[in-house]
Design a protein around this ligand. Structure first.
Ligand SMILES: Cc1cc2nc3c(=O)[nH]c(=O)nc-3n(C[C@H](O)[C@H](O)[C@H](O)COP(=O)(O)OP(=O)(O)OC[C@H]3O[C@@H](n4cnc5c(N)ncnc54)[C@H](O)[C@@H]3O)c2cc1C
Length: 391
């Protein structure tokens, strides 16, 4: 096998393998290698997302569950959404990645290896791995981003269970049930019934600090008791940490045409929505645009989330951090203000001006105004420092 490539993709996750599969489908694909140390099974987890009918069909091979109705619950209210346009899907990441890997064809390939270091050399980058050495004109790096020590993150522990009795309403996804211990941060139970006897229950905490695993397990057991659900078997456990305050990888710089260069893609490029932790659709959009650009000779990576949306999410997170006692009500107010289609659009980052107006009208004005002023001041300071540096 050649060790010189037009493109090297570091990491065969959602971004890496989606990009490789799209390049492989082009008429004259660039020679491309994806370098990934782990098997898809080692990385299997559940990815949740909202999708329209056409995309749901395209993803059908990896869909584990699909719901047209979802709910958010707190101590005093319950918001139920239903949608004819959007489904909430749960994908098996392993099935998704296996399908993408199956679409690769010469000159696009996947190798099992781990990248140790990158060195720039004239118009190419040398990639040192555990097993060898490769070179590429362009490197797309999707290795997970660093998380700031005190950065906000979404961390969870979940159980797949078989229940003794049939589940009450298997057509309803519970996205957030806040009727749990709120003393360690914004805490909710996420519960997806895959059939009338199979359910995923996750205890999810949004905070800077992770808790011992027993804390999440206790929360799941308590929630099951409160909901009269008896466990016949715990099938498996999954855990995860999603950064909601991403740091871009140090090595990455924007790709410039004709030069050897390295750029981040996927979560490492800031594709995780700061207010929700959802990233799948932003990554898909970024990768489709990137693949289309590469076909035209443009290697630059598109920004996965618009700067306007990032600012709005920063304001939202700022209020979460400064006024934690409001956190549950912020999500409940947002859900109450929107119907199912509007909520799905909002979570997808595709809210219309009308959807935004509804959400803004439902939010407590004081804390949002204060946070907006703070964020604007930060932007002005950044702009001033940039001007000062370049002068
Ligand atoms: C547990 C978990 C659950 C999530 N659930 C959701 C969800 O429900 N919905 C949603 O929208 N988003 C979710 N996300 C966020 C996001 O969609 C996923 O993280 C998604 O996998 C990001 O894709 P990616 O390609 O950017 O990164 P990844 O899929 O993480 O891919 C990066 C790859 O880099 C590889 N790698 C690491 N080190 C090296 C190395 N040295 N050399 C080569 N390769 C290396 C890793 O093995 C990995 O496969 C979740 C994230 C996590 C962590």
């Amino acid at each position: 096998m050649s060790t010189e490539f037009d493109i090297a993709i570091i990491g065969g996750g959602n971004a890496g393998l989606s990009l490789a599969a799209q390049l492989a489908a082009q008429d004259n694909p660039p020679s491309t290698v994806v370098i990934e140390p782990q098997t898809t099974q080692q990385r299997d987890c559940s990815w949740g997302l909202w999708a329209l009918e056409q995309q749901t069909e395209q993803l059908s091979h990896s869909v584990k569950g699909r719901w047209r109705r979802w709910q958010l619950i707190d101590n005093t209210s319950r918001v139920v959404h239903s949608s004819n346009q959007y489904s909430y899907l749960s994908l098996s990441s392993a099935d998704y990645l296996i399908d993408r890997a199956a679409q690769l064809r010469d000159p696009v390939s996947l190798i099992e290896d781990s990248v140790k270091a990158l060195h720039s050399q004239q118009h190419k980058t040398i990639i040192e791995t555990e097993k060898g050495r490769y070179s590429a004109k362009t490197v797309y790096d999707s290795r997970p981003p660093k998380i700031a020590e005190d950065g906000l993150r979404q961390h969870f522990l979940g159980w797949h269970i078989h229940t003794k009795e049939p589940i009450d309403d298997p057509d309803m996804a519970t996205l957030m049930d806040f009727r749990v211990d709120q003393s360690r941060g914004l805490h909710f139970i996420y519960a997806l019934p895959f059939s009338d006897h199979h359910m995923l229950i996750e205890s999810t905490l949004i905070s800077a600090e992770l808790q011992p695993q027993t804390w999440y397990r206790d929360a799941i057991e308590r929630w099951l008791r409160d909901n009269n659900i008896e466990v016949a078997e715990v099938i498996c456990e999954e855990t995860g940490v999603i950064p909601m305050d991403t740091l871009i990888a140090d090595s990455a710089s924007p790709v410039s045409d004709g030069m050897a260069s390295i750029a981040s893609i996927g979560a490492a490029s800031g594709a995780v929505r700061r207010s929700s932790g959802y990233a799948f659709q932003h990554i898909q959009q970024q990768i489709s645009q990137l693949a289309a650009g590469i076909a035209q000779g443009n290697m630059a990576v598109p920004t996965p989330i618009s700067s306007r949306l990032t600012v709005m999410d920063k304001i939202f997170n700022g209020v979460l951090l400064s006024r934690p006692e409001l956190a549950v009500s912020l999500y409940m107010r947002m859900a109450q203000a929107l119907n199912g289609d509007q909520f799905a659009r909002f979570m997808l980052g595709q809210a219309t001006a009308n959807d935004w107006l509804r959400v803004i009208a439902a939010m407590p004005k004081g804390p949002f105004l204060k946070e907006s002023v703070k964020q604007t001041a930060k932007q002005i300071l950044k702009w001033f420092l940039r001007q000062h540096k370049s002068a």
